[in-house]
Ligand binder design. Structure first.
Ligand code: IMP
Length: 189
C-alpha cells in the first residue's frame, strides 16, 4: 500500500541516542480505536469536552477524536515541558490556560504519557476548580513504575516500562514528534 508517511525503522538515532521500535503505527491505531469506542459508549448523550495537553498529546488526541462517534468538543492547555532533558524537573508551569467554560461539563483530560503523575495531578486540580459535572482521564502511555503522585487513570492505552519514549507526538528536546511509530530508549546500547 502506498503511503506518504515515513517507513517504520527498527532503530533510530535521536540527538545522538539510540531508540528501538516499541509500538508500531498499526498497534497504536488499533488501541486508539478501542479507546474511542469505549469513550463513545461511556459518554453517550453527555457531549464530553476533551482537554488535550500540549504539546505531546496533539497526535493522540487527533486520532482519538476521530475514533469517537458521539458529539464531543475539544480544548487545550499547555504545560512546561522537560526541555532537552529526559528527566522531569519536578515542577509544573501552566503556559496556556484552558479557554472553555468547564462548569457543569463532562471533562476528559487527554495526556500522551503519565510518568511521575505530577502533570496529571496538577491538571485534575485545575479542572476541578472550574466546577465540572465529571472529570476523567485518558493517557496513551503509563509508566506505572515511575508514578509517584496517585492519579486516577480511567482509560490507558499501554502500560510501559520506565524508559524514555519518543514518536507519535512525544519528543526528546522537541525532536521525534513526527515519527508515526513509538520508539523506546535502547537500554542495551
Ligand atoms: P509527569 O508529570 O512526570 O507525569 O510527566 C508528564 C509529561 O512529561 C508528559 O506529558 C510528557 O510531556 C513528558 N514525558 C514523560 N515521559 C516522557 C517520555 O518518555 N518521553 C517524552 N516525554 C515524556
Amino acid at each position: 500500500m502506498s503511503s506518504n508517511l515515513a517507513e517504520t525503522k527498527k532503530t533510530i538515532l535521536c540527538r545522538g541516542e539510540r531508540f528501538r521500535l516499541y509500538l508500531d503505527r498499526d498497534t497504536i491505531q488499533q488501541r486508539v480505536r478501542a479507546l474511542g469506542e469505549a469513550i463513545s459508549r461511556d459518554y453517550e448523550g453527555k457531549r464530553p469536552i476533551l482537554i488535550g495537553v500540549l504539546n505531546g498529546a496533539f497526535m493522540f488526541l487527533a486520532d482519538l477524536m476521530r475514533a469517537i462517534d458521539i458529539d464531543c468538543e475539544v480544548d487545550f492547555l499547555k504545560l512546561s515541558s522537560y526541555g532537552a532533558s529526559k528527566i522531569s524537573s519536578g515542577v509544573v508551569h501552566e503556559l496556556k490556560k484552558i479557554d472553555a467554560d468547564l462548569a457543569g461539563r463532562h471533562v476528559l483530560i487527554v495526556e500522551d504519557i503519565v510518568d511521575t503523575g505530577l502533570s496529571m495531578a496538577f491538571i485534575i486540580r485545575k479542572v476541578q476548580e472550574e466546577g465540572p459535572a465529571s472529570v476523567r482521564t485518558v493517557t496513551l502511555l503509563h509508566k506505572e513504575e515511575a508514578t509517584r503522585d496517585e492519579v486516577p487513570l480511567d482509560y490507558v492505552g499501554f502500560r510501559i516500562p520506565n524508559l524514555f519514549v519518543i514518536g507519535y507526538g512525544l519528543d526528546y528536546g522537541q525532536l521525534g514528534r513526527n515519527l508515526p511509530d513509538l520508539y523506546i530508549l535502547d537500554d542495551a546500547a
